[in-house]
Design a protein around this ligand. Sequence first.
Ligand SMILES: Cc1cc2nc3c(=O)[nH]c(=O)nc-3n(C[C@H](O)[C@H](O)[C@H](O)COP(=O)(O)OP(=O)(O)OC[C@H]3O[C@@H](n4cnc5c(N)ncnc54)[C@H](O)[C@@H]3O)c2cc1C
Length: 594
Amino acid sequence: MTVYKAPLEDYKFLFHEVFNVVDVCKRLGYDQVDQELIDIMTEEWSQFVTDVWKPSNIDGDKFGSQLKDGAVISAPGFKEAWKQTVESGWLQAVCKEEHGGMGLPLFFRNAMDEPAISCNMAISVVAALSLGVYDLIIKHASQEIIDRYAIPVSSGEWCGTMCLTEPHCGTDLGLIKTKATPQDDGSFLITGTKIFITAGDHDLSDNIVHMVLAKLPDAPEGSRGISLFLVPKFLDDGDGLSNKINGTSVSGIEEKMGLHGSPTCVLNFDSSKGWLMGEAHTGMAKMFEMMNRERLATGMMGLGLGEIAYQNALAWSLERSQGRDLRGMKDLDAPADNILVHPDVRRMLLKAKVNCEGTRALGTWIGILLDEMNKGDGECKENANALIALLTPVMKAYSTDIGCQSASLSIQVMGGAGYCTEYGVEQFYRDVRIAPIWEGTNGIQALDLVGRKVTQNFGKNLRHLLWPLLEFIEENREVDGMVEFNKPLHQSVKGLQQLTLLLMAEGAGNPHFLAAGATDYCTYFGNTMLAYLWARMAKVCLAAKSAGTSTDFHDAKLASASVFFAEIHPDNAGLVAKIMAGHKHLMAYPEAAF
Ligand SMILES: Cc1cc2nc3c(=O)[nH]c(=O)nc-3n(C[C@H](O)[C@H](O)[C@H](O)COP(=O)(O)OP(=O)(O)OC[C@H]3O[C@@H](n4cnc5c(N)ncnc54)[C@H](O)[C@@H]3O)c2cc1C
């Protein structure tokens, strides 16, 4: 059995000391939200997933889902866990009041993802997909569809999927072949095969609502000709759900490296009845709304699994004694010292820990920006829109890359035990490895950042992001204790401006230069955002110290900030060198020598 304790103290620090979320909520009209409500909800949700989702996580990995007689049977314990989730009303809590929810802010929904993923990522993706489908329905479906689908999907009584990928197209969705044929009653018949569909079929819910990308007969070529359709597994004939499946069938479940509890299905649509979501040929834009939300949730996967892997590596290392402290024996009564005496073990554990603390701050900041984008107006909304556009690919790619790194470091800390199934950490590593791949690979996120997002609005998005950072740097130039954090932050921000100009200038004439540097640029970008957030967190702790209100937690946070700036942030220098090296060594490499 693995250990897990939700990082509630860290969330309280971020919510109330760093981001002052209660003030944000008041400003945005979430009048019902106060500190007590946020803290209680965060604590109770974390307890719920620990008690209800976590116990089946290992069985999910061990037994996986099974395809029997064309139907998917969930892993042991999943059905009961989902039943309790639906009954508890937790998923609905973040939905609108008119759909039975509490209309809680989106930063809370974002934060809910972390413990959910730590406890059982396979179940958490079902929840994330269902809420993503709910969002699409309430925004783009007809009133008739909203009336029928919104409530059961919001509660999890019915679950959701997103169906984009086909055998010959993953990244390049313009190639999709699934067809939609209009019917006289205004519906469409959908025919085609989708692959890799997460939770494409299962027995957790009475119905599954698929969001399917398909092409109408008159569709323009490529991605401009894609439309989005809602296709339920079972139709509602007005008198409850039909017992006849709506033309969908599963012809296989993928065998995978990890995430075995989540059925990844080959899903066939054979004249399945569906309804168009919004206008024809606007499907990509609509699917991207869902995908952008899922990309943030995917970023939280790096955090959730990195965190639980770290906690287990820490628990193990506290018990493990090998070798002696290089500066003399620590424990004279024992044949060896605890491995925490070794600088290399500390390096690995602290890197994993600080990776998690940093991305938790990034996830919380993005959650608040989502609320400002949704509920704010004027400059506040415009600013949040710009920042979300830039930070979405960064959160997805950066957070999942370092999440994999944290899980890998946690295995390394444990030596052979880390590699063995008995201790549980290798599962987290296998499970998190999908996160840099799905929802658009990390390579594609980096290209989106450098090729689209930083140039959007004539570079205004980037200015919206960097101006407050430069202001922060200026304000803190003379603040006691801040120079250790402020100075490297300033170097990074200046470097980001220069790298952006370089990539734009060189990339305009040679797209290979731009594309070759994209992934390193995205990592540099992520490191810079984390440098800003670490400096902000350090400032809060230093202020608490001067006010005489600081606690051990603040001291530990300051120590974490120092680890970030000494151990992680210096990678930026190497990234600059790699970006400047350009593309020639890659593109001139002789093909025959590969
Ligand atoms: C477990 C699992 C669950 C999934 N769940 C879903 C789901 O629910 N719904 C769904 O629709 N799909 C799902 N997918 C599919 C997933 O989103 C795709 O696998 C992913 O988008 C990558 O597509 P691909 O596998 O076809 O890789 P490809 O597109 O073939 O890419 C292969 C490599 O080439 C790179 N590449 C491709 N094009 C470019 C380019 N233009 N520039 C630079 N590099 C490029 C990629 O980054 C990647 O490294 C799932 C996949 C898995 C494995």
